[in-house]
Design a protein around this ligand. Structure first.
Ligand SMILES: NC(=O)c1ccc[n+]([C@@H]2O[C@H](COP(=O)([O-])OP(=O)(O)OC[C@H]3O[C@@H](n4cnc5c(N)ncnc54)[C@H](OP(=O)(O)O)[C@@H]3O)[C@@H](O)[C@H]2O)c1
Length: 240
């Protein structure tokens, strides 16, 4: 049994992880908005699915007690991302915008397609429920980074107005509403043909299962900044 301090345990993701914990070898210490982090020393691993504003005190405590950390929260500022990178020099950290197997396969497919479809133009659309705090989603930003690295074009968030050369920038569009758990579509738009790659999450369980896998995987690992690519090893020992 692995003891996990779960930051954000009252949330949608916290509830999904708690529901699966006992059956998957996790003993959960809940840690809600008003709880201090005083129970960190009792944990083997920390899982964070809360709010970006929680990360700095959480990193401080994890570093103080040398606890491995799984970060599922999205929307961090550049400064907060630097703090995460710096902490990962001393403790093992899995930081991933998406813990689902399917989305990580999508990352791989988009990398492969972008490397081949040099004459196509990429655009990105994501859809989430109306209670999501950040836009675009962390997953959309991960996909956008892959496209940007391959096409060397700036990102344009939610275009409007008179457009000069929309092909010179990669459009990223966020739709919000209903109970959508998370849909991401990358379009590769060409002359006479186009391709679309979509991942649809219909149950938060997929992220919870990934986070639980990551918690078991990280226990006993060396310090470093890891991703779900490292955890899943879907395509064998060398990862994707
Ligand atoms: N990486 C992935 O695979 C993945 C998948 C899904 C979601 N996410 C991300 O995970 C995070 C949580 O998502 P969710 O859908 O579970 O959100 P949620 O239902 O809104 O839950 C957020 C949790 O964080 C707590 N919280 C919110 N603001 C806080 C603050 N300022 N200080 C301390 N605690 C705070 C909430 O406490 P209260 O109950 O007291 O408000 C709640 O426990 C988001 O960043 C989301 O984008 C990541």
């Amino acid at each position: 049994m692995l003891t996990v301090l779960l930051k954000g345990s009252t949330g949608r993701m916290g509830t999904a992880i708690t529901a699966l914990a006992a059956g998957n070898g996790l003993n959960i210490i809940t840690c809600n908005r008003d709880d201090s982090l005083e129970r960190v020393p009792e944990s083997d691993v920390i899982i964070d699915f809360s709010h970006r504003a929680c990360i700095v005190p959480l990193l401080k405590k994890a570093l103080m007690h040398k606890k491995p950390l799984i970060i599922g929260t999205t929307g961090h500022t550049e400064e907060e991302k630097e703090s995460i990178e710096s902490a990962a020099k001393e403790i093992p950290v899995v930081y991933s915008s998406n813990f689902a197997v399917g989305t990580n396969v999508l990352f791989h497919l988009i990398e492969t397609a972008a490397a081949i479809l040099k004459d196509f133009h990429p655009e990105l659309i994501e859809i989430h429920h109306a209670n999501k705090k950040d836009a675009p989603s962390g997953t959309a930003l991960s996909l956008a980074k892959i496209l940007q690295n391959n096409y060397q074009k700036p990102l344009s968030f939610g275009r409007s107005g008179f457009l000069q050369n929309p092909d010179d920038e990669i459009g990223v569009h966020a739709l919000r509403g209903g109970d959508i758990v998370g849909t991401h579509t990358v379009h590769f738009l060409g002359q006479g043909e186009s391709l679309e790659f979509t991942h649809r999450a219909t149950d938060r369980k997929i992220f919870a299962v990934g986070a639980i896998k990551a918690a078991h995987w990280i226990f006993g690992k060396k310090p470093g900044l890891y991703s779900m690519k490292d955890v899943l090893r879907i395509f064998g020992e060398n990862g994707f």
